[in-house]
Design a protein around this ligand. Structure first.
Ligand code: BDR
Ligand code: CA
Length: 315
């Protein structure tokens, strides 16, 4: 089977790491052109360090490119309240020996996309700063992107504000460029990511397996659940995994084609992915497939199979 070219743009981040692991376990189906970092869950230095530490620990390597250290217009508001001081608290990684391949993610992404004969899928699991800038500065890449599978936004409610989800809220101006780019968007918003949850029992199962990857994930997830438990969650959404999972297993998701606009106003609605749900309005075209549901049992089964596959590969 022909491999799908993918670029992953992320801010690791606990769930970003789970998403990257799912991609790494599926290198027989995905040609990972590279992974770029963006400021979000933590500062750019920290999330890049986290990626280097992860790759050093795994002994696996894809190209790494360093991207934007702040949103396009406003100041960075990190997600340290969820992901901790390092942005990836909960596991003692070795000192990183893996180096970055590019300190200019925009040039790196442009070249990677243009050098492929086939179109690629762009996967984004952090604020959309790099992706927005890429499309604005190098619009010639648009025809090389099949679709953008992103974690961000929501049709019905936010998490950092009543209306906005963190990745979109962190850089709505970048999101505005992306959603208006003409490239098809697959939006794994909170509507679906809250259905793609992991339970304490699942985490205990990873702990029991205790392989190189399953054991690491158990420890990382135990930290990740602390914040969520304190907020009253009983189960824990693996947001970013959805963006990779969709590329690999479209059939476990359902969604709706919608016109989604980004609210960049300085109001309570800033960062909202405003989706037009009016059945009686017909738009010339919609820009987004908003994922709304997922078969959670299959989702967890596929994810755990991926972790266990890496366990045996790396044993
Ligand atoms: C998103 O924000 C970050 O904390 C997660 O990594 C995910 O990308 C969820 O709102
Ligand atoms: Ca993320």
């Amino acid at each position: 089977m022909k491999k799908t070219n993918v670029l992953i743009d992320c801010d690791p981040g606990h769930d970003d790491v789970m998403a990257i692991l799912l991609a790494l376990a599926n290198r027989d189906r995905l040609n990972i052109l590279g992974v770029s970092t963006v400021a979000g869950n933590q500062t750019l230095d920290k999330v890049t360090l986290n990626l280097r530490k992860l790759y050093t620990y795994l002994g696996i390597k894809t190209p790494i490119a360093v991207g934007s250290d702040r949103p396009i217009i406003k100041e960075l508001k990190t997600g340290d309240f969820v992901h901790g001081e390092s942005g990836l608290d909960g596991f003692d990684f070795p000192n990183p020996t893996v180096e970055v391949d590019s300190t200019n993610a925009l040039l790196f992404m442009r070249d990677a996309l243009l050098n492929c004969d086939e179109k690629s899928v762009l996967i984004a699991t952090g604020p959309l700063t790099n992706v927005g800038l890429l499309l604005r500065v190098f619009p010639e890449v648009k025809e090389k992107i099949d679709y953008i599978s992103l974690m961000g936004g929501s049709v019905f409610k936010g998490n950092v504000t009543p209306f906005a989800e963190y990745n979109i809220y962190a850089d709505p101006e970048a999101a505005h460029i992306v959603f208006n780019s003409g490239i098809p968007i697959v939006m794994s918003g909170l509507d679906v990511t809250h259905k793609a949850y992991i339970t304490n029992e699942d985490i205990m199962e990873l702990e029991r397996l205790n392989g190189k990857v399953t054991g690491m994930c158990a420890k990382l997830l135990k930290f990740f659940t602390k914040f969520h438990t304190s907020e009253g969650y009983k189960n824990f959404p693996l947001h970013d995994v959805c963006a990779v999972m969709y590329v690999l297993n479209k059939d476990i998701f359902t969604g709706q084609n919608l016109l989604v606009q980004i609210d960049t106003s300085d109001t309570l609605h800033r960062g909202r992915t405003a989706a037009d749900l009016r059945e009686w309005i017909t738009h010339d075209s919609t820009n987004t497939l908003a994922l709304l549901d997922v078969d959670r049992n299959k989702f967890i089964e596929i994810l755990f199979d991926a972790f266990e596959k890496l366990d045996s590969e790396l044993a």
